[in-house]
Design a protein around this ligand. Structure first.
Ligand code: SF4
Length: 339
């Protein structure tokens, strides 16, 4: 079993079951996440027999790096898991620290039709240790500290709800990576029931919703999930999250020429949001993906942005992070498999 999948309390249970003192748990967690050991022999304040038992019972294995590409402020990783499944992670160096965008599933069943990852059907969910070990790998490999985690890589995190919540518990623990809930963002394509469950979960973090259209017809065309959880239901769940957590929600909106970028749609989006508890992030479409969509022109994006501003909506335009390193979600995997 991989030890990076254990929560702190599961580690304590293991120690009790092994006849050990639970007071050893903080030393082990600190060793894993702060000291970042490569072998159980490096643990501090742990006697030799317990080190040997840990070595027998657990592995410290990390994903295998298959490919790495670097761009300005961006590093992209293609990993192979133990069963040779491929996933991706992207490190973004930002003014406020290093953010790592990680994958939550092998493939994705949500089939958003502007997304490269949606072309690979879900093979399986990632286990908590496979989520944690993406972070540990990048921190060790680049000798960096990651201060923000974004679940926005391959997969729909809320389609892997239990494992993702266990992951959040592990990375928030003060003896572990100690990441605060405002430094973790889960991005969903709109699974309304899971948004509501997340809102009241002890280990919830921030929430981003891939909205991409202000009306049911356009959104259903872009994202099949909208037929199951239409915008009205999604917005009810979003408002529930805001009310429960007091946190703002980021609405991701990829600008697609002549599909969702008209002035009328900007007005519809303003009317739909109508409150300052949302933050709209306009994303220039990454056309390297070759999926039949065209990127909106700079002028269309600016007009759209101005209308939102005029309606007092908090809005930003995302930098085209990573287009130079194939950082569009699923792109590296697609290129690798093609070759
Ligand atoms: S955008 Fe996200 S949810 Fe939609 S297909 Fe791509 S990975 Fe899946």
């Amino acid at each position: 079993m991989n030890i990076y999948g254990l929560t702190f309390s599961q580690l304590e249970d293991y120690l009790i079951a092994s006849g050990e003192k639970i007071t050893k748990a903080p030393f082990i967690f600190k060793g894993l996440y702060q000291q970042q050991i490569n072998s159980f022999q490096e643990l501090l304040n742990i006697r030799q027999s317990l080190k040997e038992q840990l070595q027998t019972d657990f592995s410290l294995s990390l994903p295998r790096l298959l490919q790495q590409s670097s761009g300005e402020n961006t590093e992209k990783f293609l990993f192979a898991l133990q069963d040779d499944s491929l996933i991706e992670a992207v490190l973004m160096r930002q003014k406020y620290g290093n953010s790592l965008c990680i994958s939550s599933q092998v493939g994705c069943n949500m089939a958003c039709n502007f997304c490269q990852s949606g072309r690979f059907k879900k093979v399986r969910n990632l286990q908590p240790q496979e989520l944690v070990s993406q972070i540990i790998f990048v921190q060790k490999f680049l000798h960096v500290t990651i201060s923000n985690i974004v679940l926005m890589g391959i997969g729909e995190p809320f389609d892997n709800y239990q494992n993702v919540m266990q992951f959040l518990e592990i990375i928030q623990h003060p003896y572990g990576l100690a990441l605060g809930s405002n430094h973790i963002t889960v991005s969903t394509c709109g699974l309304a029931p899971q948004i509501e469950a997340y809102a009241t979960h002890t280990y919830h973090g921030l929430l981003a919703i891939s909205l991409h259209a202000p009306d049911e017809q356009t959104r259903s065309r872009l994202m099949p999930i909208n037929r199951r959880y239409p915008i009205t239901q999604l917005m009810d769940a979003a408002r529930f999250y805001i009310q429960q957590t007091g946190k703002k929600i980021m609405l991701e909106y990829t600008m697609l020429q002549d599909i969702n970028d008209t002035p009328q749609q900007a007005q519809m989006l303003s009317d739909l949001i109508g409150s300052d508890a949302f933050h709209v992030n306009l994303i220039p479409y990454n056309q390297t993906q070759n999926l039949g969509f065209t990127k909106s022109s700079q002028q269309q994006i600016i007009t759209f942005y101005d209308i939102l501003k005029k309606n007092h909506i908090t809005v930003t335009m995302r930098r085209e992070f990573g287009s130079s390193v194939n950082a569009a979600c699923g792109q590296l995997r697609a290129d690798y498999e093609r070759n």
